[in-house]
Design a protein around this ligand. Structure first.
Ligand SMILES: Nc1ncnc2c1ncn2[C@@H]1O[C@H](COP(=O)(O)OP(=O)(O)OP(=O)(O)O)[C@@H](O)[C@H]1O
Length: 259
């Protein structure tokens, strides 16, 4: 956990108790317990098919667990909440091409009855938060992939979300853009005092970003390890990734996944 911000985080704690999920007769996740404290940055890793996306969907309220529960601020999650923003890997499919950037970000607010002037004001603030204040009137197809993913992040945060869930958010971006967005999300966590949960295939990315890496494995999947990452609150793409502790954490996670 990043001691510099958590005490003032507005996010509610998230608690997962004995969560299991089956698709028909196939049990994918079994009796999973985890918690995310306000301001935490948690990464979830595991081999392909381990149920990472399934878990994230359950955490978002988009899909019910088969048994067990997710609690947000002590209340059982039964539907998507404004408190929880979700970003998917496929930014091309998630933005509406006929809407300008500002309208894409403001769109979810319309469904929640926020008046037009306030919608625009909030959307502008969120675009500024992700460094896109000058792209408000462009269409998604006029933006680079990294910029489109920034818009998707702004939209996820637009309705006062304090918990940001991301499913392979940087998977389809080039290496340099990906690093820029990793640092942007670290910065957003610090500035906006949000909790962030990221599902990723990329173990280096998980260790670089997280206060805690949760490793899923097995059939059905359980948590086989939880790695507390003690690399300090400030991360740097070169320095942090050269720290001997970074290699220790990476190898420990890799050991579980390659088994
Ligand atoms: N809607 C669904 N109906 C039936 N089975 C599903 C459904 N969604 C996922 N599965 C199955 O559940 C298992 C876990 O899938 P999930 O996508 O959660 O894993 P993952 O760890 O995110 O995988 P990857 O890393 O490859 O994206 C897989 O065997 C998948 O085929």
């Amino acid at each position: 956990m990043d001691g510099s911000n958590v005490t003032t985080s507005l996010a509610q704690p998230m608690q997962v108790n004995g969560l299991s999920k089956s698709y028909g007769p196939v049990k994918v996740i079994e009796k999973l317990d985890m918690h995310v404290d306000p301001g935490d940055f948690v990464c979830i890793v595991g081999p392909s098919g381990a149920g990472k996306t399934t878990l994230l969907r359950c955490l978002s309220g988009l899909m019910p667990a088969t048994s067990g529960e997710v609690r947000v601020g002590g209340k059982v999650l039964t539907e998507p909440l404004a408190e929880i923003g979700v970003v998917f890997q496929d930014y091309r499919g998630s933005l509406m091409p006929w809407m300008r950037t500002l309208d894409n970000v403001a769109f979810p607010l319309q469904g929640r009855g926020v008046p037009k002037a306030e919608r625009e004001e909030r959307a502008r603030k969120c675009l500024a938060d992700v460094g896109l204040e000058n792209a408000a009137h462009q269409y998604p197809w006029e933006l680079s992939g990294g910029m489109q993913q920034r818009v998707a992040i702004a939209r996820a945060l637009a309705y006062d979300a304090h918990i940001l869930l991301m499913d392979e958010p940087f998977g389809s971006l080039d290496a340099q853009t990906k690093m820029g967005l990793e640092d942007l999300v670290l910065d957003l966590r610090r500035r906006l005092k949000i909790s962030v949960i990221v599902v990723t295939h990329d173990i280096d990315e998980a260790v670089y970003l997280a206060d805690r890496v949760v490793v899923l494995s097995g059939k059905p999947s359980t948590i086989v390890d939880t790695v507390d990452v003690d690399l300090g609150p400030e991360r740097d793409q070169i320095r942090t990734k050269s720290d001997p502790k970074f290699f220790e954490y990476r190898n420990r996670v890799m050991d579980h996944i390659m088994r």
